[in-house]
Design a protein around this ligand. Structure first.
Ligand code: HGY
Ligand code: MN
Ligand code: MN
Length: 419
């Protein structure tokens, strides 16, 4: 910690931070209390403008890359290579809450202001980043912006992704005003000396244990797949049961099997979810011809996740054979987990202690942009409590003081890393 800076002296205005979270929540394509802010929609573009205005008001240089990652840059005084990064996302899945991701972007700007207020000036440049498309809502894969930055997604593959209306990522980004060469959005190792993300826990642990700060030790490994069963459909009244090749029934069977595998796993971190299902033709009196659904399987252990995925693939083929159907089991993403950097964890713990905040180490079962920034820089995450552990729902809540605590710990951590 630089000699002049007392972490306990760092204060963030909790009321102002809450007011900014509330103002950002106004930019939504669905009515309150839920928030919907899907990539490059009008709501997302309005939210981006608002975040950039806060960055400018904090005296940060605003830069945007080829895919709409937004950087609020606080230039360092020593011209050192290797910036210190923090940030998160502001896009929101349909009818979500207003804190997921937002606390890490607005809290990052607030942390910079808290450091400016005590006269701190960073020797290393500090970036507060708003990453593009952390949520998979529009193009089916999450963390598009941080995957590109971290070298975990091929630019051509990203450009070709299409949304439900057949609009490609490349067309969507150009319509949003981003047309630079994709290559400019890939970092070289060393570009960042450290990356720390502030985020709401999205789980019940901190609240249940009466703690203020979560020091993330690892981020679980997410995997997602698109599965399609294809049969022959037909009239719901005239095709007798023995003659059917119904596409939806095996989809339902595999959904229940996914739950059974995750519940029966030896690993406590195994989770499996079917979140989306489309049936064609989708009529009361028509036997489903195709059923397409998404599988989201995660674990902190790659072996445990792999075991569940392999069992699901086997069962899908068995069901297709038994029922004379076709089955496509396509990978959307299969990512490794990431461990936090020991020095950054120690810096977060010491920053929390200096501010008399109670902390513990914790695993992140949700994925974050930090998962991909970990590929190009030492990574850390700071969690603040989520009421009742709720997230991805309109009743998601973190109190103003809990957000301010997180931003203050982030400010002290950034000061150490950028000194
Ligand atoms: O799905 C996740 O873990 C993140 O909230 N996008
Ligand atoms: Mn989320
Ligand atoms: Mn998030």
């Amino acid at each position: 910690m630089p000699p002049l800076l007392d972490p306990a002296a760092l204060t963030v205005d909790a009321g102002q931070l809450q007011a900014q979270v509330d103002a950002l929540a106004e930019f939504s394509s669905t009515p309150a209390p839920g928030v919907t802010r899907v990539l490059f929609t009008d709501a997302d573009m309005a939210g981006r403008r608002y975040v950039k205005s806060l960055m400018r008001a904090a005296g940060l240089d605003v830069l945007e890359d080829a895919v709409g990652n937004i950087f609020g840059r606080w230039h360092g005084t020593a011209g050192l290579h290797g910036r210190v990064g923090t940030g998160s996302h502001c896009d929101a899945i349909p009818d979500a809450g207003k804190y997921d991701g937002v606390v890490g972007v607005l809290g990052g700007i607030a942390a910079a202001r808290a450091l400016q207020a005590v006269g701190f000036s960073p020797r290393r440049t500090i970036d507060i980043v708003m990453f593009t498309s952390e949520e998979p809502t529009r193009f089916g894969i999450g963390c598009c912006g941080s995957r590109l930055l971290g070298g975990a997604l091929d630019a051509d593959a990203l450009a070709r992704l299409t949304d439900a209306d057949g609009v490609s990522f490349d067309a969507a980004r150009r319509a949003a005003g981003y047309s630079a060469d994709y290559a400019s959005a890939t970092l070289k190792p060393g570009d960042y000396a450290a990356f720390v993300e502030l985020h709401v826990e999205q789980g019940p642990v901190l609240e249940r244990e009466g703690l203020d700060i979560g020091v993330v030790s690892a981020i679980a490994a997410p995997a997602s797949f698109s599965v399609t069963f294809r049969g022959e459909g037909g009239h719901a009244g005239t095709v007798l049961m023995g003659e059917r090749r119904d596409a939806l029934v095996p989809a339902a069977a595999l959904t229940c099997y996914a739950e059974e595998l995750a519940c029966g796993s030896d690993s406590p971190d195994s989770v499996a979810t079917v979140g989306m299902l489309q049936v064609h033709p989708g009529a009361v009196n028509s036997i489903p011809r195709t059923a397409t659904f998404t599988l989201d399987v995660r674990d902190t252990s790659l072996a445990a996740r792999g075991g569940i995925v392999e069992a699901l693939k086997r069962r899908a083929q068995e069901l297709a054979k038994e029922r004379r159907l076709e089955c496509a089991f396509d990978v959307i993403n299969e990512d490794p987990p990431a461990d936090a950097d020991a020095d950054i964890m120690a810096a977060v713990e010491e920053s929390a202690a200096a501010q008399r905040l109670r902390s513990r180490r914790i695993v992140s079962r949700a994925y974050h942009d930090a998962l991909f920034m970990a590929r190009v820089a030492p990574m850390g995450m700071i969690f603040v409590p989520s009421k009742d552990g709720v997230s991805h729902r309109p009743d998601e809540y973190t109190s103003p003081q809990e957000m301010a605590n997180g931003a203050q710990v982030l400010a002290a951590t950034l000061a150490r890393l950028a000194a």
